[in-house]
Design a protein around this ligand. Structure first.
Ligand code: ADP
Ligand code: MG
Length: 699
């Protein structure tokens, strides 16, 4: 059954672009913001707003009331566009369309009064509005209320006129078709206890708020519901797993651990490291399978914690594995750890994509025979041909590159799943960790080893780079190494690569007495690896690169990081990049180079970077500035359903509330079998099944 105005083509686009295939999906496609449409501006006022808006800042969406004075068509071929002059009694403004020019010109008439809605911008010094919404006053939807919902739409949707207003019409027709109130999704007991409005009331008001208070009530109820089911789901999984999967018991600490501690450990552990090792020991001796996330800022010494955990596994007669996301990192772990455990009689091997066949033929049987104690490697570790004898612990470094599926695959390597320790340097705010890694316990190393000098971060305008090069040269003269990082994103890949190679050439000219490496993601892995190794070995002193160096590489001698076009990087990314320096005893520097004109948000981002080195502060700020959707790895982290309305940056309080509620319910009835929990059980199953079919199917 098709909705009014939704033929097969539009249905297809709705499905592809916003994953809406049913009435219900559409009702759960909420406005992303609300605009006060009780206000109508004049062209003169818009001009005043435009003057106050920074060059790259966007202007608010506004409403005008006026008439189209004239149309004209400009340009040829792909550049063809339709423009119109729109005027009210205070002045005129240009309207522009790039698509469906014929249809626009046939629909809108000169001399008729329209209410216009759109986002003005200044282009070539002139004020215009691209693809505005125009309505005659009688057709104008719901103008009586101040708050008007705006729906997010994509280019592909706009191209076939599925803009915000069209979506609003679809929602109206669905609501009109409903014969009865929407079926409630939360039990009455919960509605009463937390004073939530009904689903029906919430859905109607989220789309068409009857008042600001009604909108707030609707938002609260829907966020509550969304986070509640999410927590119920996660906590149920945790309960189930704890019950079902017994873990190996690592009861004692033996010779490997003790002699390492007494003889090989080159420094005192930090208090944070000690605490975390205790937490891990306790976990591995609990009889339950450990699933622990170890968060620690770059350079906080996670590798050592991993190693100590490995030693406990070995002491209990088990094998261990450490898995890294790249070969460079796997190699580095192998080198570091082999060095650390020298003389202890531990057999450590390395297995990556580049391991030769001959070597594999030695490693694999030895692994199966239990002669290898610790295997370090990349994805190669989870290939089917790799079989352990008694795998007791798996450490996964830099978690965000591994999906849940890959984690699960490692478990399969045993009848009994091994303990799993996941390490990440991407600090995850508490609310996010609770949501996305709800099935993992979390340990935090919140202390850097002593003697580190905090990295000094400076923001410098590109125009002033001359002086900068002299400072960089002084560092090089002291034998330090330098990173120069360029942005590279897919959308502007060609230009970005050109900038990178120009930068490479310029760098060679500026520092003719030093050797320069270049690494980027488009190079063949082997080439990249080789070039990286040259820098690691100190054969080259300057590394010009893209963000491929972001993850985990350890070159303690590198003391300067220059980030070109820093305005194009996100906060977390800048922080990760910065973590590549400051790993030795010397004072390190991170220089953020940008052009002079920047938006407020960008300035704020750069200011945060210069103010703090604390990854958690940065992660919290990042979450506030960008929203959680962009946080690395959330896609693959196994979150069972997408958040439609809750915002983890701001809804931490609701999250804690519903987590306690979910816990309370599950403590009492983990399988949700009590009749009073029937609705919860049904709804949870339904959400997990994702796309449903039924009376509300559009196509
Ligand atoms: P990350 O947490 O980023 O993986 P690493 O484990 O690579 O950090 O540690 C960074 C550096 O700090 C390494 O050179 C390591 O040997 C050193 N380190 C680790 N723990 C300590 C400590 N307790 N005291 C001094 N140096 C330490
Ligand atoms: Mg590391």
């Amino acid at each position: 059954m098709y909705l009014p105005g939704i033929g097969p083509r539009k249905a297809e686009v709705l499905k592809k672009e916003i994953d809406v295939v049913s009435y219900e999906d559409m009702l759960y496609y909420f406005p992303f913001r609300y605009i006060d449409r009780s206000r109508i501006y004049t062209v003169k006022e818009v001009r005043e707003i435009a003057i106050q808006t920074p060059v790259d800042g966007s202007m608010p969406q506004i409403q005008l009331k006026g008439k189209i004075v004239s149309f004209s068509t400009l340009g040829d071929g792909r550049k063809r566009r339709l423009t119109a002059i729109f005027a009210d009694h205070t002045g005129s403004i240009e309207l522009v369309w790039f698509n469906s020019l014929k249809m626009i010109q046939n629909t809108y008439k000169t001399g008729v009064e329209y209410i216009l809605f759109g986002e003005p911008r200044v282009f070539n010094g002139r004020l215009n509005i691209t693809h505005p919404e125009l309505d005659t006053e009688d057709k104008f939807l719901g103008g009586e209320v101040g708050n008007q919902g705006q729906y997010r739409t994509t280019e592909a949707m706009k191209n076939i006129f599925l803009h915000s207003r069209a979506l609003k019409r679809i929602v109206i027709s669905i609501l009109e078709l409903l014969k009865e109130p929407l079926t409630e999704t939360l039990p009455d007991a919960i509605l009463d206890r937390f004073r939530l409005v009904s689903l029906d009331e919430a859905i109607r008001n989220i789309h068409f708020p009857a008042s600001p208070q009604a909108l707030r009530n609707a938002q609260y109820r829907l966020k509550f519901e969304e986070l509640f089911y999410l927590q119920l789901n996660i906590l149920q999984v945790v309960k189930f797993r704890n019950k079902k999967l017994g873990g190996f018991c690592f009861t004692h600490v033996g010779d490997y651990f003790n002699s390492f501690y007494a003889n090989n450990l080159p420094f005192e552990l930090t208090n944070a490291q000690k605490r975390v090792v205790r937490e891990i020991r306790k976990d591995m001796n609990s009889g339950r399978q450990m699933n622990r996330l170890l968060q620690g800022d770059v350079g906080s010494g996670k590798t050592l914690v991993a190693l100590l955990s490995v030693l406990i596994a070995l002491d209990n007669g088990f094998q261990a594995a450490i898995m890294a996301p790249t070969e460079i990192l796997a190699n580095q772990h192998f080198d570091t750890i082999s060095c650390f455990v020298e003389g202890l009689g531990i057999n450590v091997c390395l297995l990556t994509g580049s391991t030769r066949k001959k070597e594999r033929e030695i490693i694999l049987p030895a692994l199966e025979a239990g002669e290898i104690h610790l295997l370090i490697g990349t994805h190669a570790l989870i290939e089917d041909t790799v079989n352990f004898n008694r795998l007791g612990l798996v450490v996964i470094d830099e978690q965000h590159r591994f999906g849940v599926a890959q984690r699960a695959k490692l478990w399969d390597k045993n009848a009994h799943p091994p303990h799993v320790l996941v390490m990440t340097a991407t600090p995850i705010p508490r609310t996010l960790a609770m949501t996305f890694y709800g099935d993992l316990d979390v340990s935090v190393i919140d202390e850097l080893p002593p003697g580190r000098k905090p990295i000094k971060t400076l923001h410098i305008y590109s125009e002033r780079r001359k002086n900068l090069y002299e400072s960089v040269r002084r560092q090089l003269q002291q034998g330090r190494q330098v990173y120069i990082v360029y942005p590279l994103i897919e959308e502007s890949e060609k230009i970005d690569l050109k900038n990178l190679s120009d930068g490479f050439e310029t760098t060679k000219e500026i520092f003719p007495e030093y050797r320069v490496s270049m690494v980027h993601g488009k190079m063949k892995p082997a080439e990249k690896e080789a070039e990286m190794q040259r820098f690691v070995a100190g054969e080259t002193q300057i590394m010009v690169a893209t963000t491929v160096i972001e993850v985990g590489v350890n070159v303690p001698n590198a003391s300067v990081m220059l980030i070109e076009n820093a305005e194009r990087f996100g906060l977390s990314q800048l922080h990760q990049l910065r973590g590549r320096v400051g790993r030795g005893a010397d004072q390190s520097y991170c220089i953020l180079l940008t052009r002079y004109e920047l938006s407020e948000q960008t300035r704020r981002r750069l200011a945060i970077m210069t103010e703090t080195n604390d990854g958690f502060v940065i992660a919290e700020e990042d979450l506030k500035l960008r929203g959680p959707g962009d946080i690395d790895g959330t896609q693959q982290s196994g979150i069972p359903f997408n958040l439609k309305i809750a915002d983890l940056a701001h809804d931490g309080q609701i999250l804690s509330l519903v987590r306690d509620l979910a816990q309370e319910i599950l403590d009492d009835d983990a399988a949700l079998e009590n009749p009073e929990h029937a609705l919860l059980n049904r709804q949870l199953k339904k959400l997990n099944r994702r796309k449903q079919t039924g009376w509300f199917m559009i196509s």
